[in-house]
Design a protein around this ligand. Structure first.
Ligand code: SAH
Ligand code: SF4
Length: 422
């Protein structure tokens, strides 16, 4: 049996796709890169914005046309919330919390049905990984924050943390197979362990002890829960990389309040200030939504001001998109599409300038790079420095993927750095 898989969306979706692939490979399926050759076509969907959701529908149509015989499975966030519609389009609909049953569900080719559960009841289950130098590790599922624009609490269910023992066991197994770096994943890692007597910082201390593991990253930090203890842990724990992803969403307190983010711009900036003071050479990235209901030009200007002040290494910016179930979709003062577009362009232009300035500061500096692989053309290695910037290196015989090397940066490009091993 052959499968083809296509993944949309965030790192959690990438991890879910990997789980499904692991399950299929364990059951003698073979991966193919062309949908035409597959018996099973899987599309892992993203619901965070309307455009992402629509991609699932067009992709089902396109792949059905290419391969009329295959069983089509729609999984992921859209599957979880829109199964009524998907029932008529896909053969099998698998929600975000039924992945552990994936194989049983698809075992019989041609089986059809909808498999949705509201929440994860086996959070400590250890799913397969496809061995990688960098491995994604779920440390928690779901989200309890209910930001007024966001569909994630509906697609991923209530927040549940995995036990420390399961996480450490999973990481140890991966390190034995060659993993050098882990990315700890959660919608709000800072609230990890809410119902345990240990929290995220305690978890970081434990992960830091795993022998053979070289680097630890994590995402996402919610600014309301981002703590000084965590900042000290980033400074003190050797393996924890000096990078935080701290989504601000907006620089206007009025909008932050409407978004139900539970912090003010001032509180946010204070935390960034402390982070920059304590963590030397720390990088910082963010997410921003433009054109949230009632956002005026002045509110938007405040967001631009925050960009100038924080000088993010990168930011991921989006036009506000109405989502089912959310409070914001019914708010007054929806912003016209053309204003959203204009603001997005302005913001992205400013960020591009800042990113370029930040990357330039690395020229002639020496950084530590974990080599992740060889470029498509085969003439360069690529990897990341501790601050999470992509670094390319000319091909050399005596280094390989998985090595950590010292590199002198020779040139900054638009989104990456070029360097020489020293
Ligand atoms: N848990 C993470 C974010 C997960 S969603 C956090 O709290 O930061 C990833 C990003 O998508 C969000 O940070 C936000 O910037 C964007 N996003 C979420 N819902 C959106 C919507 N309705 N319209 C536009 N962007 C949205
Ligand atoms: Fe969505 Fe807010 Fe939860 Fe992030 S914290 S997943 S933005 S509800």
């Amino acid at each position: 049996m052959k499968y083809y898989i296509k993944t949309f969306g965030c790192q959690m979706n990438e991890r879910d796709s990997e789980k499904v692939e692991g399950i299929l490979l364990d059951n003698n399926y073979e991966k193919v890169e062309e949908a035409e050759q597959a018996d099973l076509i899987i599309i892992n969907s993203c619901a965070v914005r309307e455009k992402a959701e629509n991609k699932l529908y067009s992709e089902i149509g396109r792949l059905r046309f290419k391969n009329k015989k295959a069983t089509i499975v729609a999984m992921g966030c859209v599957a979880q919330i829109n199964y009524e519609k998907l029932k008529n389009l896909a053969d099998v609909v698998v929600g975000t919390n039924t992945i552990d049953e994936f194989y049983n569900i698809v075992k019989k080719q041609g089986i059809s049905g909808v498999f949705i559960k509201p929440s994860m009841d086996k959070p400590d289950y250890i799913f397969p990984h496809l061995n990688r130098i960098t491995s994604y590790i779920d440390i928690m599922y779901g989200c309890d924050n209910f930001c007024s624009y966001c569909v994630v609490p509906y697609t991923r269910g209530r927040e549940v943390s995995r036990k420390r023992e399961a996480i450490i066991e999973e990481i140890k197994e991966l390190v034995d197979k060659g993993t050098k770096e882990v990315m700890l994943l959660g919608q709000n890692v800072n609230s990890y362990g809410k119902n345990f007597n240990y929290g995220f910082v305690d978890l970081l201390y434990e992960v830091n002890k795993v022998e053979g593991l070289e680097r630890i990253r994590f995402t996402t930090s919610h600014p309301k829960d981002f703590s000084k203890d965590l900042i000290y842990a980033i400074r003190d724990l050797k393996k924890v990389c000096e990078h935080i992803h701290l989504p601000i969403q907006s620089g206007s307190n009025k909008i932050l309040n409407l978004m139900r983010r539970k912090y003010t711009k001032e509180e946010y900036l204070e935390k960034v200030h402390i982070y920059k003071e304590i963590v030397k050479n720390g990088s910082i990235t963010t997410d921003i939504i433009v054109g949230f209901p009632q956002e005026t030009e002045e509110d938007f200007q405040e967001t631009l001001n925050v960009l100038e002040e924080v000088k993010y290494d990168t930011s991921f910016s989006f036009k506000y998109s109405k989502r089912a179930f959310t409070k914001a979709k019914d708010m007054d003062g929806q912003v016209p599409e053309e204003d959203k577009m204009k603001r997005l362009n302005l913001l992205q232009d400013l960020q591009a300038k800042i990113t370029q300035e930040k990357l330039k500061t690395y020229e002639n500096r020496i950084v530590e790079v974990l080599i992740e692989g060889v470029s498509k053309k085969g003439n360069q290695f690529f990897g990341r420095n501790r601050q999470n910037m992509v670094v390319n290196l000319d091909f050399m015989d005596n280094i390989k993927a998985g090595d950590i090397v010292k590199v002198k940066i020779t040139k900054a490009f638009k989104h990456s750095l070029l360097g020489k091993v020293i």
